[in-house]
Each structure stands twice: as structure tokens, then as C-alpha cells.
Write a protein that binds this ligand. Sequence first.
Ligand code: FAD
Length: 211
Amino acid sequence: MAAEGRCDVLRGTPRGDSAPIARSQRGRGRGASAGWAELESRGTELIRRTGCVDFGQTRDPENLSRLMTEVGIEHALLTAEEAAERWPGIRTNGPAMWHASAGVIDAQTTVRTMVDAAVELGAALFTGFTVASVTRSGAGFTVTATADSTAAVSVVNASHVIVAAGGFLPGLLGELSLPSGFLAALPTFEVRQEMAFHFPYANPDEAMDWP
Ligand SMILES: Cc1cc2nc3c(=O)[nH]c(=O)nc-3n(C[C@H](O)[C@H](O)[C@H](O)COP(=O)(O)OP(=O)(O)OC[C@H]3O[C@@H](n4cnc5c(N)ncnc54)[C@H](O)[C@@H]3O)c2cc1C
């Protein structure tokens, strides 16, 4: 979850074209919807259900539609003419798939809501704790913070450790006391640059009414 950003895109779209992928998405989709509903029931809207249009060769809307049907996600496959009529501002040059329950997630609020829920359930939260190392100690682990961490504690003992460092993982891997065989078996990490650009609205007053 891009915790610092305000928006991420939520979509139930399965990727690829294999049946196993579609099947695995079926269970995941149902579970995810219930989870999001439970999180939002805490009183904060986290997803703005804008819907989503898929079109173009890369997205392959016809194949996506087939997969969506297979996993039971409501959607509509439109011809280029129907799409042009519905969204005059978009030229799809082919069929388009409309997925009504897709939306935009407020990523930052979502992460905070999840963290608040965990704390309410008894989790201890340490912010400003940059992990320097995780070492085995007895039956558990000792997690040590870097010297420049601002957290109130610099060492945490835990019976289990889950590392969720995202793209930062390669920098930490050597400090996690992992068996050399495990490290050797890991594939090489390749972090690529991604450029995101949001075009300004031509008319901001009407932006919320479109599409
Ligand atoms: C520009 C951009 C746009 C995206 N758009 C979408 C989208 O529209 N929809 C979508 O579903 N996904 C999107 N993604 C992907 C999504 O953001 C990631 O898949 C998601 O953030 C991964 O979550 P994560 O928790 O695994 O890792 P991250 O979100 O990267 O979290 C890792 C965390 O670990 C912390 N950390 C790292 N090292 C340490 C350490 N030593 N000690 C303590 N903490 C540490 C980091 O500060 C960070 O907070 C986008 C990504 C990018 C970059």
C-alpha cells in the first residue's frame, strides 16, 4: 500500500489468461470485498467507487471480460461505438470493458485505519523505527533499530517477525539472519523506475462529475 500517496486504484480485474489465475482470484476477490467493507464500517470511507474502463490492445478487454465472467465480477463489454457514445472524451479504438465496482483507494487513510485497528486489537506500534537487523535469540528474534531511529525503543523482542519492506527488501536481506541456502535460492531483485503523471483537469469544477 503506497501509504504516503492519496490514491491507489482498486480493481477486481484478474490478470493473465489462465484458469488457475482466474480461480485463485475468485476466492481472493470475495475475501477482499468483505475485508474492505469491514474496514470501512469503522466509519471512514476508504474507496471512492468511480468505476473503471479498460481498453486498448494491452488491456485486451475481451479477454478481461471473459475472466471477469469466470470469476463472477459484474462488468460490461461495450463495442467501440457504445463506448464512444457513453464516454465522448475517450477514443477506445475497439471494445471497452466497464467495471463498475472498481474505484480509487485513499491509500494513506487506509494504512492509518488498518494500523489503528491493529492497535485497538492490542498491537504495540513503534513509529520512527528503522530496522537495522533481525537476529535469532532463543526461540524468537531480536529486532534492532538503526542509530538514527526516533522511536522510543531501539530493540524489540518478538516470537515471530514478518518483514514487509516492499522494494526496500534487498537492502535489508543481509541483516535478517536468513540461512545462506535460502538467500542463494532467492531470485535477483530488479527495481525498475516507474513514472506516474496525473494530467490536470481542464475544468476542475466538473472533474468530480466525470465519467
Ligand atoms: C507510482 C506507483 C503507483 C502505484 N499504483 C498502484 C495502484 O494504482 N494500485 C495498486 O494496487 N498498487 C499500486 N502500486 C503498487 C503498490 O503501491 C505496492 O504494491 C504496495 O505499496 C506494496 O506494499 P508493501 O506493503 O509490500 O510495500 P511498501 O508500500 O513499499 O511498504 C514498505 C514499507 O517498509 C518500510 N521500510 C523499508 N525499509 C524499512 C526498514 N529498514 N525499517 C522499517 N521500515 C522499513 C518503508 O518505509 C515502507 O513504508 C503503485 C506503486 C507505485 C510506485
